[in-house]
Ligand binder design. Structure first.
Ligand code: TYD
Length: 235
């Protein structure tokens, strides 16, 4: 048996770090496990990632954005995720299709039924066995992310502009405040979307509070995955 675990959450929830810790825990415990992320995870998907996240494309249509995420996902599923699951391994993925439903669906207002059809076409219907949702109030997540971005910028290592985030505020002009407010509303819709999806399918999701200490959260995630691990043979 294989296991497909995804991480979801709003901006700044720390899921990339936790996904890495989980992969390390699994490998140290002797399980065949890999970590990947969306958008990305293959050379083609990484190229799509650069395109879809590039801040210069301010006029990108929501439909274009949706299809680019789906294209990156199709390549990742075909090249990495399905082959590894077929070997009986554990795939940990930092974001997956639920991000499309949350961000392009609830956030940008794309039709959810159509998004599910596009996703089925892109993934062949592959769904996660378990999804760990790290929850965080939107304002806290955005300020965490903003802080991280400022620190990264100070280190001059910012590889990619981030979409849907307010730019750093050069002044406190009304323009920036208005934009900020709109962006926060978008992220509120995304978070509420996640909460709605969780309520509709509670068995697949494990919801954890991202505000606890990093080590505590790792322990909780490891505990949450134990029942699913029962079906996996260690190496
Ligand atoms: P990233 O820098 O990886 O952010 P995070 O650490 O929060 O995952 O950027 C990924 C961004 O892409 C993030 O804002 C969520 C967004 N996204 C979508 O809008 N739709 C999708 O289907 C996926 C996979 C990501």
């Amino acid at each position: 048996m294989s296991l497909f675990v995804t991480f979801e959450g709003p901006e700044g929830s720390g899921k990339s770090t936790q996904a890495r810790y989980l992969k390390e825990y699994l490998q140290n415990a002797g399980y065949p496990a890999i970590l990947t992320r969306e958008p990305g995870g293959t050379p083609i998907s990484d190229a799509v990632r650069r395109l879809v996240l590039d801040g210069q494309w301010t006029s990108m249509e929501p439909t274009t954005e949706t299809l680019l995420f789906a294209a990156a996902r199709a390549q990742l599923v075909g090249e990495v995720i399905m082959p590894y699951l077929n070997l009986g391994g554990i795939v940990v993925c930092d974001r997956y299709a639920d991000s499309t439903y949350a961000y392009q669906g609830y956030g940008l207002g794309r039709n959810l039924t159509e998004l599910r059809e596009i996703t089925r076409f892109a993934t062949g219907g592959l769904q996660p066995d378990l999804t760990i949702y790290l929850d965080l109030p939107v304002d806290e997540g955005l300020s965490r992310k903003q802080r991280q971005r400022d620190e990264t910028r100070e280190l001059n290592q910012l590889a990619l502009p981030l979409p849907h985030l307010p730019p750093p505020q050069p002044s406190q002009s009304e323009h920036w405040n208005r934009l900020d407010a709109r962006e926060v509303a978008y992220h509120e819709r995304v978070r509420n979307g996640y909460l709605e999806m969780i309520a509709a399918d509670p068995d697949r999701w494990q919801v954890l509070d991202a505000r606890v200490d990093r080590e505590v959260l790792t322990t909780q995630i490891i505990a949450a995955i134990q029942p699913a691990l029962a079906t996996i043979k260690p190496l």
